[in-house]
Design a protein around this ligand. Structure first.
Ligand code: MG
Length: 390
């Protein structure tokens, strides 16, 4: 067979938008909290190739008709679906001239759908195609941000109670997101320290704990908080300040013993991660498939960190991030959440056949051994609730 005969040619890119019910709401800083049931829309991007398809579910705004027609179809159609590096660079290079229409989030969805397609075409889970390191990953329970809900995450004692419950349920570590605006008393270094102390008290010494605090503290506020959780034996300190200021993180990391982790949301994909390492702005690198434009660039971040003897801890949930966790020797945790006393995270969404990150009683999340990325769409359900296709 000649190489060109082996190509898995892409013939179409489709988006199906459907409705489903969720039990969360977002505040006007974008933080998720429990909420009354409400109907929302999601979309599935499908890349159709000769003999194989790949999918990924995402918010409809990311895959709106204009960006699919103007950028994704011109780059993908007629190309070999297995040439992911080439396709990723073609999209990434078009970002500069796209007037910010072509987002990293869109690159990620396309890249994840291409990986899913490869797994399905070859009959393998994606983590084994890449080269697996482990097939189960310990999860840390990642809490929602604090709130003003009775019995929720309103007080330091609430955090302590919830942490004890998560530990009982098998979680091997816990990360707090503390109070952020628009909560009336937030942000507050003093309250953050109280919550961190209450959680340490609840779970006992030695249990791994992390803090992800308000992202806009000043240097001196961040240093005060970092020193306090260092004394409480926390395992890492995450994003207390605006990440665009790399020198602020250098300033802080130089004064703390507790590992500083980052960057999470900073623009610039793997290039920015390299600059953080070079500057000494973090002790543990951070990446996530939705933060840097897909699994393809996120793998570069993991390997970059490994080459500097650094751990790289993965941000965010879902099959793509779990796959990334499963192929790295230089990271420990899968971030599972966001969790809250009033929210059932374990319920499988109606539009999926299986949960993406099933957890066992010992707190391990298991990789799917089905072909593909590990996100199995319930097409019967999606078609019954479809509102548009393009
Ligand atoms: Mg974070």
């Amino acid at each position: 067979m000649k190489p060109e005969d082996a190509a898995v040619k892409i013939i179409d890119v489709k988006v199906t938008t459907f409705t489903h019910t969720i039990h969360t709401e977002k505040d006007n800083d974008g933080h998720t909290h429990p909420g009354p049931p409400r109907t929302v829309k999601s979309s599935v991007l499908t890349i159709v190739a000769e003999g194989a398809e790949g999918h990924h579910v995402c918010p409809p705004e990311i895959v709106r008709p204009h960006v699919i027609e103007a950028f994704v179809k011109p780059v993908l159609i007629g190309q070999d679906a297995f040439m992911r590096e080439k396709l990723w660079h073609a999209l990434a290079h078009w970002q500069r001239g796209s007037a910010e229409q072509l987002t990293d989030r869109l690159l990620a969805v396309v890249d994840l759908a291409l990986w899913d397609l490869a797994g399905r075409a070859l009959g393998q889970p994606v983590y084994k195609l890449i080269g697996g390191y482990r097939s189960k990953v310990p999860a840390y329970g990642s809490t929602m941000c604090g709130d003003e809900i009775e019995g929720g995450l309103k007080t330091a004692q609430d955090y302590g109670r919830f942490a004890a419950d998560l530990k009982r349920r098998g979680y091997q570590a816990i990360k707090l997101h503390t109070w952020m605006p628009p909560v009336s008393f937030a942000p507050s270094v003093e309250m953050d320290i109280k919550a961190c102390a209450a959680v340490r008290e609840a779970v006992g010494p030695g249990f791994p704990l992390m803090l992800d605090a308000n992202h806009w503290y000043s240097r001196t506020q961040a240093l005060t908080l970092g020193r306090a959780i260092q004394n409480l034996g926390y395992a890492w300190f995450e994003e207390p300040m605006e990440e665009a200021s790399i020198s602020s993180y250098v300033w802080m990391a130089n004064q703390l013993d507790i590992p500083v982790i980052g960057p999470e949301v900073a623009w610039g994909k793997h290039f920015t991660r390299a600059e953080w390492i070079r500057a000494g702005a973090c002790d543990i690198l951070r990446t996530g498939v939705h933060d840097v434009g897909g699994l393809t660039p996120a793998l570069k971040c993991v390997h970059l960190a490994e080459s500097f003897n650094m751990d790289c801890e993965v941000h965010g949930t879902g099959a793509g991030n779990l796959t990334l966790c499963a192929v790295q020797p230089n990271g420990t945790w899968y971030e599972r959440g966001l969790l809250h006393p009033h929210f059932d995270y374990d319920a499988c969404p109606d539009y999926l056949l299986h949960p993406e990150d099933p957890i066992d009683a010992e707190g391990f999340v298991h990789l799917s051994d089905r072909p593909g990325l590990g996100q199995d769409v319930n097409w019967e359900w999606v078609k019954a609730h479809a509102v548009s296709t393009h």
